[in-house]
Write a protein that binds this ligand. Structure first.
Ligand SMILES: [Zn+2]
Length: 232
């Protein structure tokens, strides 16, 4: 999140902290936690990652994708979602799960079920509330683009760079699913093919761009060491 959180984020933080102690205690005991995240280039939508107490690292991955990785994607990736994000509900609750019984990566919810957000509140201002779920473990094992994903793997030497690449890949997947479900929310009549095509294009292009930059910096390091050797 930027240094100064947008007003809606501040209002939601205040609201979550000011609710009756009993309600907060029940949630806390039930293991419910919230992590707020906003895209760096727009104040809305504000994303509330609702998760269980034992999954803060997973919630952090989703937040990192929104707060940092989004800005690293090529401009055309972000432009493709400009209209959707502008029309999206001001507040999007993401119920982060490990798995879904149905095996899906995520769904948008027609009715908001997350307790603090299912009833209107002054703190939301004029922001509408939307909700979706994302099944983290399922996303982790998902081969979004089987051929591309495997081909890219071979470009990174096993070790820390491969690990870094896999983390980045996972965050782009999380981002593409968040955008996919937001697209469904904004344009409910859009067919699955259309929605999927756009989110897969986002994922494919974001990943290709990352690989290109990573390779450029890698060969830069190699070139420098070669030229240094040449001088000696
Ligand atoms: Zn879909």
């Amino acid at each position: 999140m930027p240094l100064e959180p947008p007003p809606l984020a501040q209002a939601i933080e205040g609201y979550l902290a000011s609710r009756p102690r009993a309600a907060r205690w029940l949630e806390w005991l039930a293991g419910r936690r919230y992590r707020l995240a906003t895209f760096p280039d727009r104040p809305r939508p504000l994303v509330v990652v609702a998760h269980r107490y034992y999954d803060p690292a997973k919630a952090e991955q989703v937040a990192h994708a929104i707060e940092y990785d989004w800005a690293e994607t090529p401009p055309r990736c972000r432009e493709a979602y400009e209209d959707i994000l502008t029309r999206a509900p001001g507040l999007i609750v993401v119920q982060l799960r490990r798995k879904n019984v149905c095996g899906c990566l995520g769904h948008r919810h027609v009715i908001v079920k997350e307790a603090p957000f299912c009833e209107p509140h002054d703190a939301f201002g004029d922001a509408a509330v939307g909700e979706m779920d994302i099944a983290f473990d399922r996303v982790e094992s998902w081969l979004a683009l089987p051929l591309t994903d495997t081909a890219l793997d071979t470009q990174f030497i096993a070790g820390s760079r491969l690990r870094e690449f896999h983390d980045q890949q996972l965050r782009f997947r999380l981002l593409s699913i968040l955008l996919h479900e937001t697209h469904h929310m904004v344009v409910p009549q859009a067919t699955e093919d259309v929605v999927r095509e756009r989110s897969l294009t986002f994922y494919r292009e974001a990943l290709a761009d990352y690989v290109e930059i990573a390779r450029a910096t890698l060969s830069f390091t190699i070139d420098r060491s070669f030229s240094r050797l040449g001088k000696e």
